[in-house]
Design a binder for this molecule. Structure first.
Ligand SMILES: Nc1ncnc2c1ncn2[C@@H]1O[C@H](COP(=O)(O)OP(=O)(O)OP(=O)(O)O)[C@@H](O)[C@H]1O
Length: 616
C-alpha cells in the first residue's frame, strides 16, 4: 500500500485589517455608519428579546453615551436579548456569521441585520471593541474584546464585575483621535436622527450632564387609515422638508408585495432637467437610501416618495436597495397609486389637473409618448401655441378636428401670420410637440392631423384675380431680376391683412441651408469646405445658388397698395430700391437675422431713394 494521505482541510484565515479596509473604503460610504450598525444591532436584539420573553417592554431601547473630557469611551447600551459566553465566541468573532438568518440561510423576518459584518464597522473608528453582555437566557455576563490585529478575548464576569450588569449589551469604543469629531454629542445626535429617527424604540443620547435627549418621531408618512387622516398636517409638513416647498399634492402609496407604506409628494415646481428622483427609503424604520431613484417608475419624475418597507432588500452596505423582483413589484404598485391619483384628478378636479399639467408639462410630454394610458387623459390638458392663440389640446380638437401643425418654430412663425382662422396652424416645433400631435388621431375619435409646410401654405394662398394675372406675372419677373442676387424668388399672392406688403417664406431645409451659408462666410476654409459640400450634395438647395423648388420666397401681397403701385409704371431705380427694402423688411418681420450683404442692401436702398427724391 502506498498509503496516499488526504491532506487535512484547513480553515481560511482572515486578515481583519484587510476586511476593515474593504468595509470602510469599498462597502460603507464612511466611518459614520458605525453608529447605524450599532443602533441596528440594538434594535434587533430588542426584537429577539421580545421574541424570547413573549412580551415587549415599551421602555426597552438604546442609550448612547458620547465620550467626555474625563471619559474618552463612547458607550452604546441596549436592553436587548444579550449574548451568552458561547454566543459571543461564535457570533462576534466570526466574520459573516449572523444570528439573523434562518435554517435556510435566509434573512429572518423582523430583523434588520443579515450579513454578519456590521459590528466590524466599529473598527473604522476605534482599534478595540469591548462588548459586555448579559443574556436574557440566563448565565453570567460576559466580556468580549476584539482588536484590529484580528485577535479577541472572551471572559465571564463574576462577582463585583457582574453586579449591576442588566440584561442587554454594552459596546464600548475609544475613538481614534482622527474620529473624535464624529463622536461628539452633536454629531452623534445628528447621525442617530438621520438613520433612526423613525425607529419605533426609545433612542436616547447623553448630553454630558447625566441627562438624555430622545430623537424619535413617529413615521407619519407610513401611516394608513384613520391614523393617517389624523396626521394629515404632519404628513404635509414633512412634505415641505422633502420637496423644499409646499407639495402640490400628497399621495398615499403602498405595496402589499413588500409590506411597504409611504407617501409620494408631487413637486410644486418642475424638477431641474436631469435631476435624480431622490426618494427616501427606510427599512423597518431605519434609513437605507435618502436618494433612491429606482423606487418609483421613471415617468413619476414629478413625485418624491418617502416609504418604510419590511420587504425590500438592502445591499450589504445598507445604503442602497437591491434591484430585484421585490423592488420591481414595489415600483409597479407605487406607480399605480400615483397614476390612480392623476386619473382621479382628471375626473374629479379637472382644473387642478390642468394646473398640474401646467407645472410639469415638459416632463409629461416626454412621458406621454411612452405611456398610452396616461396619454389618454393627460394629453387633452396640455397647452399648445396656435396661430389663433394658446389653447389646450382639448380646445384645439374641438374647434379644429383636422389639426394642422408645423414641424419647426420657424415654419410656424412664417405661416401663422398668413393663415386664415379657419385653417389655424399649431406650432409643433417645441420639444416632443410634433410627436404628440401626430398621435392625436389615436387618442381622439374623429381627429386627423396634417403636417403643413411653408411652401404648401404658400401654394394654398389665392393668386391675383384673373384680370390682373398678366400684371402680376410682369411684377414677378421684374422683382425676380432684383432678388436673384440674394437667392430669393418673388411670388405674387393675395393674403390678409392687406397692409402687409410682403412676407419672407422658406421651408426648414432652405433655412438650414441659408444658416450654413452664413456660417461659411464666418468660418475658416476647413469648415466652409464641409458646409459647402452639404449644400452641394444631392439635396442641393439654394440660399444664393440654384435648386429651383427649394428657394426662399418673397411673397408679395397683391391686395397691398404699394405692391399694386409697383406693378404699374415705376422708374427702374425706384422699383429696384423698393423691392430691396420690401425684402429686408420681410426678413426683419420674420425674425431672420440680417447677413452683411442684406445690411448693406438696406443702407444702399435707403441712401439711393433719398438721393433720388432730392434730385427731383
Ligand atoms: N447588541 C447586540 N445584542 C445581541 N447580539 C448582538 C448584538 N450585536 C451583535 N450581536 C450578535 O452578533 C452577530 C453579528 O453582528 P453584526 O452586527 O456583525 O452582523 P448582523 O447584525 O448579524 O448583520 P449585518 O452585517 O447585516 O448588520 C449578530 O447576528 C448578533 O447575533
Amino acid at each position: 500500500m502506498t498509503g496516499e494521505q488526504t491532506p487535512a482541510a484547513r480553515p481560511f484565515l482572515v486578515d481583519l485589517r484587510g476586511v476593515v479596509d474593504l468595509l470602510s473604503r469599498h462597502i460603507y460610504s464612511g466611518p459614520h455608519v458605525f453608529l447605524r450598525e450599532l443602533i441596528q444591532n440594538g434594535r434587533d436584539a430588542i426584537t429577539a428579546r421580545a421574541e424570547h420573553e413573549g412580551r415587549r417592554d415599551a421602555s426597552w431601547g438604546v442609550r448612547i453615551h458620547p465620550p467626555t473630557a474625563d471619559e474618552p469611551t463612547l458607550r452604546f447600551e441596549d436592553d436587548g436579548v444579550g449574548l451568552t459566553a458561547d454566543e459571543v465566541g461564535e457570533l462576534l468573532a466570526t466574520v459573516g456569521r449572523s444570528s439573523k438568518r434562518d435554517l435556510f440561510d435566509l434573512p429572518r423576518a423582523g430583523f434588520l441585520g443579515q450579513f454578519g459584518i456590521g459590528l466590524l464597522s466599529c473598527f473604522m473608528i476605534a482599534d478595540r471593541i469591548v462588548v459586555r453582555s448579559r443574556s436574557a437566557r440566563g448565565g453570567d455576563p460576559v466580556e468580549w474584546v476584539g482588536s484590529t490585529d484580528g485577535t479577541f478575548t472572551v471572559r465571564v464576569l463574576e462577582g463585583a464585575e457582574a453586579s449591576g450588569i442588566a440584561v442587554g449589551t454594552t459596546v464600548s469604543l475609544v475613538p481614534r483621535a482622527d474620529e473624535a469629531e464624529l463622536c461628539s454629542p452633536t454629531s452623534l445626535r445628528e447621525l442617530a436622527r438621520r438613520y433612526a429617527e423613525y425607529l419605533p424604540i426609545p433612542i436616547l443620547i447623553g448630553t454630558g450632564d447625566g441627562s438624555f435627549d430622545g430623537i424619535g418621531r413617529p413615521a407619519v408618512f407610513a401611516l394608513t387609515g384613520e391614523a393617517r387622516a389624523e396626521a394629515r398636517d404632519r404628513i404635509a409638513e414633512l412634505g415641505r422638508e422633502v420637496v423644499g416647498g409646499a407639495p402640490f399634492e400628497v399621495i398615499e402609496v403602498h405595496s402589499t408585495a413588500t409590506d411597504t407604506h409611504g407617501t409620494a409628494y408631487v413637486l410644486p415646481f418642475p424638477p431641474t432637467p436631469g435631476a435624480r428622483q431622490a426618494n427616501r427609503v427606510y427599512l423597518g424604520g431605519m434609513l437605507v437610501d435618502p436618494r433612491a431613484d429606482e423606487l418609483l417608475p421613471d415617468w413619476a419624475f414629478f413625485a418624491r416618495a418617502v416609504v418604510d418597507s419590511n420587504g425590500l432588500r438592502p445591499t450589504a452596505s445598507r445604503e442602497h436597495l437591491i434591484e430585484d423582483e421585490s423592488l420591481e413589484a414595489t415600483r409597479a404598485e407605487l406607480g399605480a397609486a400615483i397614476r390612480a391619483w392623476v386619473m382621479r384628478l382628471a375626473v374629479e378636479r379637472p382644473a387642478r389637473l390642468a394646473e398640474f399639467v401646467g407645472i410639469h408639462h415638459l416632463g409629461l410630454k416626454s412621458l406621454l409618448l411612452h405611456d398610452d394610458e396616461l396619454a389618454g387623459f393627460i394629453t387633452r390638458w396640455l397647452t399648445v401655441e396656435t396661430s389663433v392663440g394658446v389653447m389646450t389640446i382639448d380646445e384645439l380638437v374641438r374647434s379644429h378636428p383636422h389639426v394642422r401643425f408645423t414641424e419647426t418654430v420657424d415654419e410656424f412663425r412664417q405661416i401663422a401670420g398668413i393663415v386664415p382662422v379657419s385653417r389655424a396652424v399649431v406650432n409643433g416645433g417645441y420639444v416632443h410637440e410634433a410627436d404628440i400631435l401626430r398621435r392625436l388621431p389615436l387618442l381622439f375619435d374623429g381627429v386627423t392631423v396634417e403636417r403643413v409646410t411653408v411652401s404648401g401654405e404658400l401654394d394654398s394662398l389665392d393668386p391675383p384675380p384673373l384680370a390682373d394675372r398678366a400684371a402680376a406675372l410682369a411684377l414677378e419677373t421684374r422683382a425676380g431680376a432684383v432678388l436673384a442676387e440674394v437667392g430669393c424668388e418673388p411670388s405674387v399672392r393675395r393674403f390678409a391683412p392687406d397692409d402687409l406688403a410682403s412676407l419672407y417664406l422658406a421651408d426648414a431645409e432652405v433655412l438650414r441651408s441659408i444658416t450654413r451659408g452664413a456660417a461659411r462666410d464666418l468660418t475658416g476654409p476647413l469648415w466652409s469646405g464641409v458646409l459647402g459640400r452639404i449644400d452641394d450634395g444631392p439635396s442641393r438647395l439654394a440660399s444664393g445658388g440654384s435648386g429651383e423648388a427649394a428657394r426662399a420666397k418673397l411673397c408679395l401681397n397683391w391686395d397691398n397698395a404699394l405692391v399694386r403701385t409697383l406693378a404699374g409704371e415705376v422708374d427702374d431705380a425706384v422699383f429696384d430700391r423698393t423691392i430691396r427694402l420690401l425684402y429686408v423688411q420681410a426678413l426683419l418681420a420674420g425674425h431672420r437675422p440680417l447677413r452683411a450683404s442684406e445690411r448693406a442692401m438696406l443702407t444702399g436702398a435707403l441712401t439711393d431713394l433719398v438721393a433720388l427724391s432730392l434730385a427731383r
